[in-house]
Design a protein around this ligand. Structure first.
Ligand code: GUN
Length: 296
């Protein structure tokens, strides 16, 4: 068997086009422009690349982008004051504080200062609680993107056996909640799980989010399973820098029914879902119906 490749790049382009259509309609019919504020503290090179890309794509779908670049040694009080101003600004519907923050800043305190209704990352403790109890929330972008791809590929997910490898607050835990919300039977496994291979082989849906290059070999994949590889790991191979996922792609693609490649799988969906969340936040703030197919 050779797996169907789930093309995240194409899917993300489709999501962005849908968001852009909604944004154009909001502008025309209501004079509303969804706005996303991105806050970057310091000069982490990877963060700078992400923030630039977020700003560019925000403008491309017709939204307003507000970038706040602060010095590395910005005080916690100044950062919290900025968040307070953004919380109060009616032109700002979504706020994202790029992580990691410099070590003198308390990330939890900072994230929990964001108005939960504007927390387009879905990291605020209120949103985590709402998702965990199956209530309407803002959902973290990467797991939301994975869910969209799975629903698109399978239709209904009810009754499927899902294994999530990885227990981070950003991906593993919310991913498991979302799959549970779609009535999958969900296992959260991790690097300390006993007989991890056996556990993975149970999965109809295998989501890998451990951040270890090619940790999951092809023979851990059940024949016909859908593999969602969240990992983006830079390694050296044959003297060249390459990006690989958490799954051995070549091995898994021989066994799986469908698989996301790295790059071009889950990666592009994250920013597309950030834009979808900003649109959702804008609709909610204005008492309008939420965009269909762009939420959990
Ligand atoms: N840093 C790496 N990924 C993310 C993300 O999804 N959101 C934020 N705020 N920071 C990140």
């Amino acid at each position: 068997m050779t797996a169907t490749i789930i093309d995240g790049k194409a899917f993300a382009a489709k999501v962005r086009a849908e968001v852009a259509e909604h944004v154009a309609r909001l502008k025309e019919e209501r004079g509303l422009v969804p706005g996303l504020a991105v806050v970057l503290v310091g000069e982490n090179p990877a963060s700078q690349v992400y923030v630039k890309s977020k700003g560019k794509q925000t403008v491309e779908v017709g939204m307003a982008s507000f970038e706040h670049k602060l010095d590395r040694d910005t005080s916690e009080a100044d950062l919290l004051a900025l968040i307070d101003r953004l919380n109060a600004d009616p032109a700002v519907h979504g706020i994202l504080v790029q992580l990691p923050l410099p070590s003198h800043l308390n990330s939890e305190l900072v994230i929990n200062r964001i108005d939960p209704a504007k927390d387009v990352d879905g990291f605020h403790i209120s949103n985590v609680g709402l998702l965990g109890t199956g209530q309407k929330s803002m959902v973290p972008c990467t797991p939301l993107g994975c869910l969209m791809m799975l629903r698109d590929h399978h239709g209904k997910l009810a009754g499927m056996e899902a294994v999530v490898v990885g227990r981070s607050n950003i991906v593993g835990k919310p991913m498991a909640q979302l799959l549970l919300g779609d009535s999958c039977t969900v296992t959260i496994a991790h690097s300390r799980t006993k007989d991890l291979g056996e556990v993975c082989r149970r999965a109809d849906i295998l989501v890998a989010a451990v951040g270890r290059p090619e940790m999951i070999p092809g023979d851990w994949v059940k024949p016909g399973a859908t593999v969602i590889d969240v990992g983006i790991n830079r390694i050296e191979r044959d003297g060249k820098q390459v990006l690989v996922g958490d799954v051995d792609y070549a091995g898994a693609a021989k066994v799986a029914g469908a698989i996301t490649p790295v790059p071009g799988g889950v990666g592009p969906m994250t920013i597309a879902c950030l834009l979808a969340n900003t649109l959702t936040a804008c609709c909610r703030a204005n008492g309008l119906p939420e965009p269909e197919g762009l939420t959990a």
